[in-house]
Design a protein around this ligand. Structure first.
Ligand SMILES: [Fe+2]
Ligand SMILES: [Fe+2]
Length: 280
């Protein structure tokens, strides 16, 4: 057995991609997965898909495109229900998560354990913020409940990642202190702008305020500048168009030494924040 092949297959490379926006985002996602896979295999790929279909929600067809690229599971956010298929898909497809702290009337789940082909188990949770956002239950209490479920599972996860879909940096940082030592990675989504704050917290958790959008570069958070600029200048709400042209691929790549114990500080071998321009 090669030195680098241990329990579960080793090392394990997990990719977390921020809000994938419209067709430029899907093309950039394909480019990014292809480029990183040439370095070494990607064992798990997790994307935030709240803007997947024309910037507004997601559809079965657009999700299938992503699963064809090797996407393992999908987190979402406040745009999830922009398309009518969402409710049905949440019930039908366990690869699709919605914010855990949405109302108990919301279909689907906000946390699941995904077993990768190597046997490595990744617990993924999706939370949404409440500051400058729509109504939601408490993300802190929701995280406590779902982490108890992970811990009590007969097959607990080997690694836990949480997507906090939120507007306010302070709320994301508060959650970071709440979860430090209990999850492996907490990454922000929703603002569509990558933050330069990738940090290992005191009890070992990695945190980044926002992974950033995978979508059109010359845009206003994904929208065509002319259509979005008009809305801001005139205060007249108008539908936006998805911007075209050069795209950004934004992601967090985590490499794990699966042979090391969960308490070993060297277990997470490398964490790389990626922001690359692509023709898509
Ligand atoms: Fe978004
Ligand atoms: Fe959002």
């Amino acid at each position: 057995m090669p030195a680098d092949q241990g329990l579960h297959g080793n090392p394990v490379r997990l990719l977390f991609v921020g809000d994938v926006f419209g067709s430029p985002g899907r093309a950039a996602l394909e480019w990014g997965i292809g480029s990183l896979s040439k370095e070494a295999p990607l064992d798990g790929i997790f994307i935030n898909a709240e803007n997947l279909a024309g910037g507004r929600g997601l559809t079965s067809a657009k999700l299938d495109e992503c699963f064809q690229l090797g996407v393992t599971a999908v987190t979402t956010g406040n745009h999830l229900f922009d398309q009518k298929e969402a409710e049905f898909l949440l019930v039908k497809d366990p690869r699709l998560l919605r914010p855990e702290n949405y109302s108990s009337s919301c279909p689907g789940s906000g946390h699941r354990i995904y077993t990768l082909p190597s046997g490595f188990r990744v617990g993924v949770a999706n939370l949404i913020g409440r500051t400058f956002m729509g109504p939601a239950d408490c993300p802190f209490a929701a995280s406590d409940r779902l982490l108890s479920e992970f811990t009590e599972s007969p097959t607990p996860p080997d690694f836990i990642a949480v997507d906090i879909h939120a507007e306010a940096t302070g709320e994301k940082q508060a959650l970071a202190f709440h979860l430090d030592g209990r999850v492996d990675v907490l990454y922000g989504t929703h603002t569509h702008v990558q933050t330069n704050d990738l940090t290992r917290y005191p009890k070992g958790m990695w945190f980044v305020g926002d992974v950033g959008m995978t979508g059109p570069l010359w845009s206003i958070v994904g929208a065509d500048p002319a259509s979005a600029l008009s809305k801001y200048r005139t205060q007249v709400p108008r539908p936006f168009r998805v911007a075209e042209g050069l795209a950004l691929f934004c992601a967090l790549l985590v490499t794990i030494d699966a042979a090391k114990g969960k308490e070993d500080p060297g277990r997470v071998r490398d964490v790389r924040l990626i922001r690359v321009k692509t023709e898509g």
